[in-house]
Design a protein around this ligand. Structure first.
Ligand SMILES: [Zn+2]
Length: 392
């Protein structure tokens, strides 16, 4: 993997860059939509390409449980299996093990958990197997195995967990290094050949700034191709999130990509970029779309709301997406109320277009040294109160 910083904004920490991996180039800042089970829900590959998606994130936990990384490997790896020839990032599975797995038992060695899918079946994931699974999938960027602690957590719990996550990161790096020598975990040559992946380390430590500093320092000392700040967007306040980013950023090397995992809202993207973040992923635009919550230049609207029943306007008059060019709010509301499946795709196209367009505008603002002005304008255009987001 290669990373070039192409430009630093004059008045903020924002930067433009380019990551080059075996499946192509990723311009940064980048937002990666989430394709949990190997697909961005409701969309085709052509939809994603025409929206301009440069990279997608797939979830190791879900693919490990179903259909299994060994099957995907036999099918020629994840890119071939899902027919996506642009870059893919896989998470380590840690976040889902801790949020979805049942009856978890965490030990120094790894985590035993019961799958949320097959009921009683027990699985054991260690830092080493997390790397092996991701290497079998063959993504371009893979992540170390970390513990995502609940929010809020006590200082003692956060400290113990952060220290174990650092030891796990070291084991991931060691296991990852073995593959470069053509060796498997048990020293046998691997039965498959792979594209080289880049390995990113993850900084943890909850919202205790002292712990975040120690974690950042230790993870950077181990040495990775890029660095993520994990454990954000877990229920903390915005000031807590931004303070944590501010704390960690100075520790992360300038010449490596910096990734805010699971972040976030449109506001979080702007605030993250301002603070020097290069990469983002989040289920928000796609999940909101399926709930009828749609991002517009003036705020979030909920298409189920009655005032849209006879509204002939597009979702956002400033949007150039396929959905806004073709359909009215009234029609989309009708489809949503009638539970017509196509509306989920139309909504997803719109919300991802909104996110990609936001990133495009952020990149242009960085290029022209006017990110602060862009940010001011962005907040001015958004309504003070978004419509409530629907969760059903
Ligand atoms: Zn649109």
């Amino acid at each position: 993997m290669r990373f070039d910083v192409l430009k630093k904004e004059a008045k903020t920490g924002a930067r433009l860059g380019k990551i080059t991996v075996s499946h192509g180039e990723i311009n940064t800042p980048i937002f990666a939509p989430v394709g949990t089970a190997g697909i961005v829900k409701t969309l085709s590959k052509e939809d994603l390409v025409s929206l301009g998606a440069e990279m997608i994130l797939c979830n190791t936990y879900h693919l490990f449980l179903r259909p299994g990384h060994e099957l995907i490997q036999r099918m020629g790896g994840l890119h071939k299996f899902i027919s996506w020839d642009r870059p893919i990032l896989t998470d380590s599975g840690g976040f889902q093990v801790f949020s979805l797995g049942e009856l978890r038992k965490i030990t120094e060695e790894g985590v035993i958990f019961q799958s949320h899918l097959d009921g009683g079946q027990k699985h054991f994931i260690t830092p080493e197997t997390a790397i092996e699974i991701q290497e079998a999938l063959g993504a371009d960027i893979i992540m170390t195995f970390d513990e995502c602690i609940p929010y809020p957590s006590t200082f003692d719990y956060a400290k113990t967990s952060m220290e174990m996550t650092t030891r796990w990161a070291r084991r991931c790096k060691e296991r990852y290094g073995q593959r470069a020598n053509g060796k498997g975990h048990d020293e046998k040559p691997l039965a498959f050949s792979l594209q080289p992946s880049a390995l990113f380390g993850i900084v943890q430590g909850g919202f205790f700034q002292d712990l975040r500093k120690i974690s950042a320092n230790d993870i950077v000392n181990i040495g990775f191709d890029g660095y993520a700040i994990g454990g954000l967007s877990v229920g903390e306040t915005k000031p807590q999130m931004y303070e944590t980013i501010d704390t960690v950023m100075p520790y992360l090397p300038e010449d490596k990509p910096r990734y805010l995992m699971g972040v976030g809202t449109p506001e979080d993207l702007i605030e993250g970029v301002m603070r020097g973040a290069d990469m983002f992923d989040c289920v928000m635009p796609t999940r909101h779309a399926r709930n009828g919550s749609l991002f517009t230049s003036e705020g979030i609207i909920n298409i189920k709301n009655a005032p849209y029943t006879e509204d002939p306007e597009p979702l956002d008059k400033n949007c150039g997406c396929y959905t806004c060019r073709n359909y009215s709010r009234a029609y989309l509301r009708h489809l949503f109320m009638a539970k017509e499946m196509s509306v989920l795709r139309f909504n997803t196209i719109h919300n991802l277009y909104y996110y990609f367009n936001l990133i495009k505008n952020i990149r242009e603002a960085i290029k022209e040294d006017r990110l602060l002005e862009f940010r001011k304008e962005f907040y001015k255009n958004r309504r003070e109160n978004d419509e409530p987001v629907s969760n059903n």
